[in-house]
Design a protein around this ligand. Structure first.
Ligand code: DX5
Ligand code: ZN
Length: 224
């Protein structure tokens, strides 16, 4: 576990006409979550590499790129080369061995992340996870911000935490979707290290206060 919970505001809920200012409004966050959607893997379309590069150039916070796209082996390394801290691909979108993507990402200088949709079992990917640095447990169906947290995904978070704590895996456990002041404690108590929050941060009057509040709640839940 990192020393304090990592909070990653999602730009999906920001004002797309003001991405530079929006990245600066969350300067005290740990990572800035950047949701890439291709209208194929998910039924929504957002932004891609040129926009990521523009944000990367001005963001005070390292970028956490979440690729909800087909053919991630082809596109993911570009985000690492552009300077992302972490690049996450969906296990369900990998047509080849996800470990090859992880190796390319690490070689390009980023952390490598593997994401699982709510219905995807962790056990299917235990053999590939040793080559990843982060595991993103989706706590909503990927595609849209502002959805309701699916508590049925928590056993997957608990299982991942157990595998890390017993030394079987070495990675950060990240949760994404429906994380807010009411749900973050459950996710933290289940063992998440990194918390993505879109509407809970950008929908708040004071994003900096929202980030501090989320971090404090998660830290309190870690203590038990
Ligand atoms: C959903 C995205 C999330 C989204 C979360 O597919 O992966 O990162 O921005 O938004 P909230 O926190 O509003 O659920
Ligand atoms: Zn995301």
């Amino acid at each position: 576990m990192p020393r304090s919970p990592l909070i990653a505001p999602s730009l999906l809920s920001a004002d797309f006409a003001r991405l530079a200012e929006e990245s600066q409004r969350v300067a005290d966050a740990d990572w800035l979550h950047f949701d890439v959607m291709d209208a194929h893997f998910v039924p929504n379309l957002t932004f891609g590499l040129p926009v990521m590069q523009a944000v990367q150039a001005v963001s005070p916070v390292p970028l956490d790129c979440h690729l909800m796209i087909e053919d991630p082996a082809r596109w993911a390394p570009g985000y690492a080369e552009a300077g992302a801290r972490n690049v996450t691909v969906h296990a369900e979108a990998c047509t080849g061995d996800p470990r090859a993507v992880a190796r390319d990402l690490r070689a390009a200088g980023s952390l490598a992340g593997l994401a699982l949709k709510p219905g995807t079992a962790l056990e299917e990917y235990l053999d590939v996870l040793p080559e990843f640095d982060t595991l993103l447990v989706m706590t909503v169906e990927p595609g849209f911000g502002g959805q309701r947290f699916i508590a049925e995904t928590l056993p997957k978070v608990r299982r991942a935490r157990e595998l890390v704590d017993t030394g079987h895996l070495m990675l950060l456990v990240e949760v994404d979707g429906g994380i807010n002041a009411d749900t973050i404690e459950q996710a933290a108590a289940a063992g998440a290290d990194v918390f993505v929050a879109g509407s809970a941060v950008y929908g708040a009057d004071d994003p900096a206060r929202a980030i501090a509040g989320l971090r404090a709640r998660a830290a309190a839940a870690w203590q038990g």
